[in-house]
Every structure is written in structure tokens, then in C-alpha cells.
Design a protein around this ligand. Sequence first.
Ligand SMILES: Cc1cc2nc3c(=O)[nH]c(=O)nc-3n(C[C@H](O)[C@H](O)[C@H](O)COP(=O)(O)OP(=O)(O)OC[C@H]3O[C@@H](n4cnc5c(N)ncnc54)[C@H](O)[C@@H]3O)c2cc1C
Ligand code: FES
Length: 504
Amino acid sequence: MAEATDVRGPDLAEGVPAAELELNGTLVGHFMGEEVLLVRQEDGVHAVGARCSHYGAPLDQGLLVDGQIRCPWHHAGFCLRSGRAERAPGLTDLASYDVEETKGRVRVVRRRPVPSFPTGKTALRIVIVGGGAAGSSAAETLRRQGHSGPITMVDADPELPVDRPNLSKDYLAGAAPEDWLYIRDHAYYQRWAVRRVHGEATELRTSERVLVVSGEELSYDALLLAPGAAARQLQLLGMERSHVHTLRSVSDCKRVIATATGAKHAVVIGAGFLGLEVAGALRARGLEVTVVAPEHTPFVAQLGAEIGQAVMRAHQADGVSFLLGRTVVAIHQDVVEVSDGRRLPAQLVVVAVGAVPRTTLARQAKLDVAAGILVDASLATSAPGVWAAGDAASWWSPRFQTHLRSEHWVTAQRMGQCAAANMLGANEPFDAVPFFWTVHGALTIQWVGYPVGFDDYEIDGSIRDADCAVTYRSKGQVLAVATIGRDIESLRAEVEFERSPQKG
Ligand SMILES: Cc1cc2nc3c(=O)[nH]c(=O)nc-3n(C[C@H](O)[C@H](O)[C@H](O)COP(=O)(O)OP(=O)(O)OC[C@H]3O[C@@H](n4cnc5c(N)ncnc54)[C@H](O)[C@@H]3O)c2cc1C
Ligand code: FES
């Protein structure tokens, strides 16, 4: 619990003049040492915790949407009446409080007890392959929605579910302790009776509804495939050397950190979002970092040249060097050989050249697979009783009238939530608008939508001043909106997508 000195605004036990809170107005104060957000809606004044349960963003800077407060940083959504976490990446409910409005003052009078989840809705045996963003959020959703049957979450990684985006940001930079990484602790899974099995699922027999994990046969009524993606490898001389790493898991990250400790020079191969975040984090650890990649400007295909140039400038200002328009031809001990003949000193090499969806198990089980495991709008695969979600899945989007596959944390969590609800019979389409964020020094870029194949974009504001919104179109149709320094605009763009009529 925060100390009273850490919190903002007036003491809400004493109250504030009711006139200070207009319709749809917000006010932050504190109650018994906790920061509280007051919001007036048509049906009265509501009071919930003022900090997002994801990374603690100030929710008064968010957007009110249909009885929810949406978080400015990564677009979680919480019910104003109950504090309930309704949209990932908010997985934990906010505190909620009783409010009284009398004699022209609004007062918070008590913190409500934490509500319990329903139980007894279904008794299916549910097995989840993958304990990443999609798998772990599915397991939580099943319990939140009242599923009482057994849940088994199988994961090839030994660790508890981890906040993967942190692996290329604060944790890698040495600015966050390891315990920040874990989404939940062991006690959480014990309390909610989620059996975690460490092992690789190697065989799926859909006709028998059996999954084989390290020789053990697991029978299921419903199965979720959420195996994510694997780091793409390069066919390159020296890839097998011990100072060469890719980055996907906590153990990968620990290997990078171990090699970085005592190293002076690092080469990052790849100038995508991950490569540049890694370059920034290693630079923050004091290494001399050079990024080598074939493109001349980062992110051109994804977001256009101007944003790529701005990100590059931000990293250059921090001391990262770029060798673009070139490739690495070989990695030797302590030296990376570049296509232009240069030899870069490097005691650490990180290869960040994209990810490949993990589809081996789905192919073995003869599920339909294309760019990912093909699922319909409800995230059901071609086999009865089998759903798929996250980076590995390619879902039919009625909104964009095509199959989409994304590698976005929030989207994967929302897919896990939707698949879980559908396993319990909800039969909802997955219609969340893809959302992504990436951090490069002082520049945080967010985008909503699907900026693939745009033929035009329009920049409002100044990318250089980190204050802009960029709208991407194809044949006049808005595909996506990227923002820097305009969180509220990103939230509004997401709502606009949500409210635009679906095509199918
Ligand atoms: C370093 C890093 C930084 C990132 N930063 C961002 C960011 O800033 N913003 C953003 O939006 N996205 C980011 N992403 C992408 C985001 O993390 C992914 O989109 C998300 O993790 C996908 O979730 P998922 O559940 O599909 O897969 P994952 O989170 O990868 O989880 C899949 C799990 O399945 C397990 N598994 C795979 N195959 C099997 C099997 N056969 N049997 C058992 N278990 C199996 C894996 O071990 C893994 O634990 C980042 C990714 C990485 C690697
Ligand atoms: S801090 Fe609120 S969604 Fe991330």
C-alpha cells in the first residue's frame, strides 16, 4: 500500500465539492493512503484505484469509454463501477470504493471487499500449450469466468509466465529487478488450481483428444495452442559460438546479460523493433554497440521512413552506431565480419532478425496452417475442440477482411482471453484492434490497427519533437494510427476502429 505522502490530490475521506466533478470529469485524491480516481458518469460518481494494475500508469490521463477507464500507456480497460479488469494487459482488478454524495460534497466512505469469482460454470478438462501472453491470460480468464474443471498449462520454458517485453527493455538494461518479470507467482497458480507442466508438447492426436508432453498423455475436452514464436536463426558462419545469442526467453536474456558483463563491444544484427531495443539496453549497460542490418532506414516497411529515422537519431544520440545497408557475413571470436569488409570488435553478438510462428505441433496434427495456425473469427482451428491464440495463430479478422497474424503482447493476451471465453461456450468473435508499443530511449511509439501494405501516410505534428500521430491508409481506407507522445490520441484511434462498422 502506498504511503499517504506518495499519493496525489485531496483527502477523499474529507471529500471534495461536488461541483468540482462535472459529468465525465475525473479527479484524483487519496483514501486511507491509496490513490483513488473519482469519475462522474450519468449514473453517479464512481471511485476506483487511480493507477493501472499493469505498469502503474496514471489512469486520470486515460480515456473514458462506455463505463470503462482505458489506460494511456498500453490500453488496458477497467470497469468504473467495479474496478474489474476487462481488457488486457490489465489482468488484476483495481480497488473500488463506496462513494457518498451529500450536502454538496463527494466523499469516499469505504474500500469495497475484493469480490470472489463465480465457480461451477463448466467442468471441462482444459489443456493449454504455452504459458506466454496468450496461454497465461487464457488460464486466468477461465477461472475468472467460473470454469471449475481442471486446467493444465504446459510450457517448454521452466520459468513462471514472464512479461516478455521487459526482456529487451528495463530488465536487459539493468534497470529492473528480476522479480518484475514474472506476471504471477507460484502461489497464484496454486490458489487458482492451474497445474503447470514443464515440458514440450510433441504430439497432438485430435481424434482422441490427447496431447503428449514428455511422454505423458494428457486427455482434454478443449485445447488451446499458444506456443508463440521462435527467434529466427541466421545461416551464418559462427552462429554457434557461445557469445552469439537470440532473445526470446528469460534464459536467453540471462545469457545475453552474462556475456555483456565484462564485454566492451556488442554487435546487434537486425534493425527491427527488437534489435533496436536491445541496442539501447546494451548501450545503457555501457557497451559500445553497433547495429548492422541490410535496410538503409529502420521500420520503413512497417511505419515509414520518418519514424525510423527518428528512432535511429534517438539511439545515435545515446551513442549507438549504425552500419546499415550491409550484412554480417561471419562471426568470429571477438570479431564480426561485415559485407563491406569491415571487421567490428564484438565480445557479444545478438541476432534479432525476426520471429517464426511455432506451428510444428499443429502441422503434425494436420491442422490447417498457413502463415500461422489458421483460426476462424472465434479463434477455433480446423480441428474440433482445438483453439489457437497469440503469435502462432493467424486469425480471420472481419474488421480487416483478411487473416492477420501479429507479434504483439497485448493482442496475444486478448486472444488468450477470447479463446478462453469461447472454450466455455461464449462463441465471441475476436475483434480487438491490434495494439503494439515499443520503446527507444525517450521515444515510445504506440500503434493501433494493422499497418501492413499501406500506400499512403499522413503525419500530424512533429516526429522530431516526439509529438505526432501518423495515419496509414490503403486506397483511402485507414489501416493504422501510430503515435508518439500522444497517448490519448492512440486511445481515441482504437475506439474509432472499434466503432467503425465491421465489413463481414
Ligand atoms: C524480447 C521481446 C520483447 C518484446 N517486446 C514487445 C513490445 O514491446 N510490445 C509488444 O507488443 N510486443 C512485444 N514482444 C512480442 C510479445 O512478447 C509476443 O507477441 C507475445 O509474447 C506472444 O505471446 P504468445 O503467448 O503467443 O507467445 P509467447 O509469449 O512466446 O509464449 C509461448 C510459450 O509457449 C511455449 N511453447 C512453445 N512451444 C511449445 C510446446 N510445443 N510445448 C510446450 N510449450 C511450448 C514457449 O516456451 C513459450 O513459453 C516482444 C517479444 C520479445 C521476445
Ligand atoms: S500501464 Fe496501463 S496498460 Fe500498461
